[in-house]
Design a protein around this ligand. Structure first.
Ligand SMILES: [Zn+2]
Length: 234
């Protein structure tokens, strides 16, 4: 019986490590995904700002064309002014020239606003490209390492499980089944210890007679509250 308890303790130790490694098998891929996501976000941010920047330059070109167009018209009308005969025609043409000049001055204001925005976008793009480069370097530096760690953890778990299964071969079937159910349902803690006369798994007080039984170690003792296997120490 003492041998069985010793085996159960060894199995629990392995299952505790398996539990820790199981957490890593979730955490490591999350870390890797988070690095990939950061780079994807940075790429998208840069692309969006670049598109705003290109749009801005396109707008500026269009506005410059509008101004040139207006200037051509103004020059033409000013020439016509020289050959005009009636006062009415002169006034109409002059008013058209004024209108075009006012329009040009408005477009000029818009151009200034666009150029200011262009400078801001340029600066923003510079910062965003820096962040993009950093995200890319972070991923490059860690991707291979994390993938290797993930593989190692998976291999470790496989090895630990096979070690545990070898140990289990010396236990009665019923006890293995009970142990496995406890591991599955009781937070991976099947074997717990007497912690100041309380179950270290659930905190339930252990009766004095049971304390003695655990110490003697002549049978497998289960916690009267949580059903876990109680031993003197792990
Ligand atoms: Zn308990």
């Amino acid at each position: 019986m003492k041998k069985q308890l010793e085996i159960l303790i060894q199995m629990q130790k392995l299952d505790t490590i398996i539990g820790e490694k199981n957490i890593l098998t979730k955490k490591l891929p999350q870390q890797l995904n988070s690095l990939k996501q950061s780079l994807k976000d940075a790429d998208e941010t840069v692309a969006a700002t670049k598109s705003d920047f290109d749009e801005n330059l396109k707008d500026q070109k269009l506005k410059e064309l509008d101004i040139a167009d207006n200037n051509t018209k103004i020059a033409k009308y000013k020439n016509q002014l020289l050959t005009i005969e009636t006062n009415k025609e002169y006034k109409a043409l002059n008013s058209e020239i004024n209108h075009l000049e006012k329009n040009n001055s408005e477009i000029d204001d818009e151009l200034i606003r666009l150029m200011e925005a262009e400078a801001e976008l340029k600066e923003r793009l510079k910062e965003e490209k820096k962040a993009q480069l950093k995200a890319s370097e972070d991923l490059k530096a860690n991707e291979e390492k994390l993938e290797k760690e993930i593989q190692e953890v998976q291999k470790d778990i496989k090895d630990l499980k096979s070690k545990r299964n070898v140990l289990a071969k010396d236990l009665p079937r019923e006890l293995i089944r009970r142990y496995a159910t406890l591991i599955k349902n009781k937070n991976r803690k099947a074997v717990v210890f007497n912690d100041n006369n309380a179950c270290s798994g659930c905190g339930y007080s252990i009766r004095p007679q049971v304390v003695i039984d655990i110490k003697e170690g002549n049978s497998v003792i289960y916690c009267e509250s949580c059903g876990r296997i109680l031993v003197i120490q792990l």
